[in-house]
Ligand binder design. Structure first.
Ligand SMILES: Cc1ncc(COP(=O)(O)O)c(C=O)c1O
Length: 426
């Protein structure tokens, strides 16, 4: 059970007191909404014995339907399904022609997959600062621009949209491409427009943590016919190849290339069709729950919660606040967790480039992008301190995760837990 309104004298749970919330909260989003529809859709696919998206004894075309519905949902001309979000990023980078000799600007705060996809494309990631919303700071772009910059990868983290207008202005004025990593923000909007539809291509993930899920899955969206064609052929073994059952498959035409298999299967497509029908409800719940937590904690003295910006944070999957020092942030985060509040430092308080494999440029093979003088005559050095403002914000920031399926008493418990910790520590 959850204890509400702890007395002022109650000791902190971290000091041996009773926690405000004494059970794990249901942090899942789409996964928590899986029900009869998904079961039935999966059974249909199994019964059809047609688990592959392009042919089978009784093909139901679940992936193709999902692509159409997803494109309609976000308001894009095209959607190309992928085996996961990282695959969608790879397809987007391939479609944009990003490769050896190119640099891609990526925020210092993101999941390592954004960086991995760039390196797998044999291009170099260049890290840029985030602002106090923990999103790419457009004001830092000029500092990161070089003659090799080919693209910018804004990452819409945790349901919040990057401030895209200045990013797009900067990209246009320097002839750069924009690939949006919207993996964590399916359905979020920037000034009313779906994230992922603002740049040249947008990429989404349907991994288990995401707003809608098939366990693994991804999709790329674009309004550009040629980028779509390139993304599709790259993901389908390069396009135009002989299959043992269906002759030559050529879904989008044009010249084939040597590609990979980054396709989605029909089971994932079937599940995602059902999940997409639930996305609006999930987004409404996210908005409601985050608003309750935000309004509950923003008046607590000692916490610096950033200003609300409905053009960007309507579907934020949590509330972020800052403490004056890193030590206070560590202490508050630890005390909140002990109270059962789902809180912590964003990505452990470290920029993505703090990962030793990035700092040390450990790749699985030699060659581009770090070891290929013909494309990149100069080495690139990564080191802590590359994005000092982001490092400071990460050190002092504490995020509370909010899920669409938290119960009323969970939301009350979170607010009571933050009040209790603030009363003791701030
Ligand atoms: C920001 C970001 N980009 C990319 C990905 C990669 O997605 P996936 O795990 O589906 O490959 C994820 C999530 O997992 C993510 O959070």
């Amino acid at each position: 059970m959850t204890h509400q309104n702890p007395a002022a004298s109650d000791p902190l749970a971290i000091d041996g007191g009773a926690p405000v919330i004494d059970r794990p909260l249901n942090r899942y989003k789409g996964a928590a909404a899986i029900g009869e529809q998904e079961k039935q859709a999966v059974m249909e696919v199994l019964e059809s014995q047609s688990l592959f998206r392009y042919y089978g004894p009784n093909l139901l075309s679940k992936v193709a339907h999902f692509e159409q519905e997803f494109a309609r949902f976000v308001g894009a001309r095209h959607a190309a399904a992928a085996s996961n979000g990282t695959a969608a990023l790879r397809m987007g980078l391939a479609a944009l022609g990003v490769g050896p000799g190119d640099e891609v600007i990526v925020p210092a705060v993101t999941f390592i997959a954004s960086v991995g996809a760039i390196v797998a494309s044999r291009a170099r990631p260049v890290f840029a600062e985030v602002d106090e919303t923990m999103q790419l700071d457009p004001a830092d772009l000029p500092k990161r621009l070089t003659k090799r910059t080919k693209a910018i990868m804004p990452v819409h983290l945790n349901g919040v949209a990057v401030d895209m207008d200045p990013v797009l202005d900067f990209a246009r004025s320097h002839g750069l491409k924009v690939i949006e990593d919207a993996a964590q923000s399916c359905g979020s909007r920037y000034k009313g427009k779906a994230v992922g539809t603002l740049g040249d291509v947008g990429c989404f993930s349907f991994q288990l943590e995401k707003n809608i899920t098939s366990g693994e899955g991804g999709v790329l969206v674009t309004d550009d016919d040629e980028l779509f064609r390139r993304a599709v052929i790259y993901s389908d073994q390069g396009g135009q190849f002989w299959t043992s059952h269906a002759g030559v498959r050529d879904t989008v035409g044009g010249q084939p290339v040597i590609g990979e298999n980054l396709r989605m299967n029909e089971i994932a497509g079937a599940i995602l069709g059902c999940q997409l029908a639930k996305l609006n409800e999930i987004l409404n719940r996210i908005e409601r729950n985050t608003t309750i937590v935000r309004e509950g904690v923003e008046t607590i003295p000692g916490l610096q919660v950033g200003p609300r910006n409905p053009d960007r944070d309507r579907h934020a999957l949590g509330v972020l606040f800052y403490l004056p020092t890193a030590e206070q942030a560590d202490a508050v985060a630890a005390a909140l967790r002990a109270e059962g509040v789902p809180a912590g430092k964003v990505y452990g308080g470290q920029p993505v480039y703090a990962a030793p494999q990035i700092l040390n440029q450990w790749t699985i093979t030699r060659g581009c992008p770090f070891d290929c003088p013909s494309y990149f005559p100069e080495p690139i050095q990564y080191h802590m301190g590359m994005c000092p403002r982001s490092e400071d914000l990460l050190a002092r920031g504490v995020g509370i995760s909010v899920g669409p399926f938290y119960e009323e008493e969970d939301l009350d418990g979170i607010i009571a837990g933050v009040e209790k910790v603030a009363r003791h520590l701030l």
